[in-house]
Ligand binder design. Structure first.
Ligand code: MN
Length: 524
C-alpha cells in the first residue's frame, strides 16, 4: 500500500507515445502530435543522448510526462519540439508555420530558459538582476506558466538519466534541481513532481546519506507496516459504519524530506511521527471534517499537530486536514484527510488546471492566462505575469519592484465577506487594500482588523479579517510609501502619487540634488 517516488525509466518511442496520448486528445490533435514527432525526429537525426539512446527519446519522454500530468495538447507538442530550435537546424518560424503561434511561443520560452541558465550574454542583458535564478527564470517565461511546467518535465527526465553524466556534472545538475526546480514545482503546487525531483537529486548529491536513510526507512517500515494495517482496518470499519465513502492509502515520507527533518530534530528518527501516514480521500469537504471528528473520537489526537489546511490553504494552494493521533497500543499515526479534488491538486498542482477534461478549448486557457479565473491563492502568478509584460514593453521597473514577493513565506487574510487573499509575510494593511483593488486602497482612511482599529504600519497576521474603511475624500499620501511592502502595492501607489503630482516633486528634487553633487565633484 506504499508508494515510492521513483519513476520508471524506459526508452520512449513514437508508437508508445501515441498510444499513451490516444485516450486523452481529439483525433486532429493526435495527428498534430504525429507530425510533431516526425518533425523532431527528422531534425534530431544522428544526435545521441549520453546514454547512447537516440536523442529523440528525450523530447518524447518529456512529452510523455506532460501527457501524464494532464497538460493541453499545445504543451505536449512543445514538449516534443522543445530542443529543436536550440540544438538543431529547425527554426521558430518553421514551428510557427507548422504548429501555430502558441506552440512556437512555448518552444521559444523553453529555449530562453535554457539560455538564461547558460548565462548567455544577450539574455543576461535583457533580464534584470534579481535576487535568485528562480525569479530570473520565472520572469523570463512569466507570460505563460506552461513554459515552466514543460521545463520541469525536461528536468525530470534529465535527472532520471543522470547516471550517464560525469560526476561533476551530476552534482551540478542535482544541486540546481534542488535549489531551483524543486521549489518551482512546489510553488506551482506540483507535489508529486517536487518529490520526484528531490529524491533523484538527493540520491546524486549525497549518495551515502541517501542509501543510509533508505535502509533506516526500510527497517522502520517493516516494523510499522503491519501495525498500521491494523489501524487502517479499524478506520475503514468506522467510516463504513457512518456511511462515509473513502479511499485510504499509506504514504511514506520521502528520503529527502526525512533527511531535512532529521536535521531539525538532531538526527533522532524517533522524533519523526510521519514516516508513514495514512491518507483518507473522501468526496466532499464536509466529509473531511466528519472523518477528522471520527478519528479524534477513536484515538487521542496530539493537539499541536492538528492542521486545517482546508480553511487556510498552504501558499501554493495545498489543501488537507492533518492530524497525528496516538493509538491505544501507543502507536503514533499521522492522517491526511482530503477530497479527491484536493488530492488531484496536491499531486499535480497548477498542471491540474490545464487538464484535458476542463481545458479542451483554448478559450478557457486564455481566460486563465489573464488571471480572471485564477484562484486568489495563486494571484502571485498574475502579478508575476504583469511584471513580465511590463518588462517586455520596456517599462521602467526598479530593482525593488523585481524583488518579487513570490518566494518568501506567505500569509492568508480575509475580507469581511470571507474572500481569501494571499500576501507575503510582513504585509501591511495597505498591501491588502491594494491587492483587493487599487481604487479601494486609494481612499483608505483606516483599517479594522478582526474588528479592531489597526495602525497602517502594523503587519497583518495569518487568518486576520481585514476591513478597509474608506472615505471618498481621502487620497494616497507620500508617507504611504513606507507603509507598503508588496511589489504590486508599491507600483500602484507610485502611479497614484504621480497622478496626484506628489511623486514628481520627489524625483525632481532628487534629481536636482544629484546634479548638484555631480557638479561639485566636477569642480573639485
Ligand atoms: Mn531537453
Amino acid at each position: 500500500m506504499c508508494k515510492n517516488y521513483r519513476i520508471l525509466i524506459y526508452t520512449m518511442n513514437k508508437k508508445k507515445l501515441l498510444e499513451k496520448a490516444a485516450p486523452y486528445y481529439e483525433e486532429d490533435q493526435l495527428l498534430e502530435l504525429d507530425h510533431a514527432i516526425d518533425f523532431a525526429t527528422k531534425f534530431h537525426k544522428g544526435q545521441k543522448r549520453k546514454s547512447g539512446d537516440p536523442y529523440i527519446s528525450h523530447p518524447l519522454a518529456v512529452a510523455d510526462s506532460l501527457i501524464q500530468w494532464g497538460m493541453d495538447i499545445d504543451s505536449v507538442l512543445a514538449g516534443v519540439l522543445h530542443d529543436t530550435v536550440e540544438d538543431t537546424e529547425a527554426t521558430l518560424d518553421q514551428i510557427e508555420a507548422l504548429f501555430g503561434h502558441d506552440v512556437a511561443f512555448l518552444v521559444d520560452g523553453v529555449t530562453k530558459v535554457s539560455q538564461a541558465r547558460a548565462g548567455m550574454k544577450d539574455l543576461a542583458d535583457y533580464l534584470p538582476q534579481t535576487k535568485d535564478n528562480l525569479s530570473k527564470l520565472l520572469i523570463a517565461v512569466g507570460q505563460d506558466v506552461r513554459v515552466i511546467i514543460i521545463k520541469l518535465a525536461d528536468r525530470l527526465h534529465n535527472l532520471s538519466t543522470l547516471q550517464h553524466m560525469p560526476v561533476d556534472k551530476q552534482v551540478k545538475i542535482a544541486r540546481e534541481s534542488l535549489e531551483v526546480f524543486a521549489p518551482m514545482a512546489d510553488r506551482l503546487g506540483m507535489g508529486r513532481v517536487r518529490l520526484q525531483i528531490e529524491e533523484l537529486a538527493f540520491s546524486y548529491l549525497d549518495p551515502k546519506e541517501y542509501h543510509k536513510l533508505g535502509n533506516l526507512m526500510k527497517k522502520r517500515l517493516g516494523k510499522s507496516t503491519r501495525k498500521l494495517g491494523i489501524v487502517r482496518a479499524e478506520v475503514v470499519k468506522e467510516l463504513e459504519k457512518h456511511n462515509i465513502k473513502a479511499e485510504i492509502n499509506g504514504r511514506v515520507k520521502s528520503l529527502y524530506s526525512l533527511h531535512k527533518k532529521l536535521k531539525k530534530v538532531d538526527g533522532n528518527i524517533d522524533d519523526i511521527y510521519d514516516l508513514m501516514a495514512l491518507r483518507v480521500i473522501v468526496e466532499t469537504k464536509e466529509d473531511c471534517y466528519r472523518v477528522l471528528g471520527l478519528l479524534h473520537s477513536m484515538y487521542q489526537p496530539m493537539i499541536s499537530r492538528i492542521k486545517d489546511y482546508i480553511a487556510i490553504p498552504k501558499p501554493n494552494g495545498y489543501q488537507s486536514l492533518h492530524t497525528t493521533v496516538i493509538t491505544p497500543s501507543k502507536q503514533i499515526v499521522e492522517f491526511q484527510i482530503r477530497t479527491y479534488f484536493m488530492h488531484e491538486y496536491a499531486e499535480r498542482g497548477l498542471a491540474a488546471g490545464f487538464h484535458y477534461h476542463e481545458q479542451k478549448s483554448s478559450k478557457d486557457y486564455i481566460k486563465k492566462r489573464k488571471g480572471a479565473t485564477l484562484p486568489s491563492h495563486l494571484q502571485w502568478i498574475t502579478q508575476l505575469q504583469d511584471i513580465a509584460i511590463r518588462l517586455r514593453n520596456n517599462e521602467d521597473i526598479s530593482k525593488e519592484q523585481l524583488n518579487i514577493d513570490v518566494f518568501g513565506d506567505r500569509i492568508f487574510v480575509y475580507s469581511p465577506k470571507g474572500d481569501i487573499y494571499n500576501l507575503p509575510e510582513g504585509a501591511l494593511p495597505l498591501d491588502f487594500a491594494y491587492t483587493v483593488h487599487s481604487d479601494i486602497a486609494k481612499h483608505a482612511y483606516s483599517f479594522r482588523v478582526n474588528g479592531n482599529i489597526h495602525p497602517f504600519d502594523k503587519p497583518l497576521s495569518n487568518g486576520d479579517v481585514v476591513e478597509v474603511v474608506t472615505r471618498k475624500l481621502s487620497t494616497p499620501k507620500q508617507a504611504w510609501l513606507d507603509m507598503v511592502t508588496t511589489t504590486h502595492a508599491k507600483h500602484k501607489l507610485r502611479m497614484q502619487l504621480k497622478q496626484l503630482g506628489v511623486i514628481e516633486t520627489i524625483t525632481g528634487a532628487a534629481n536636482i540634488i544629484r546634479q548638484k553633487t555631480i557638479r561639485k565633484k566636477d569642480k573639485s
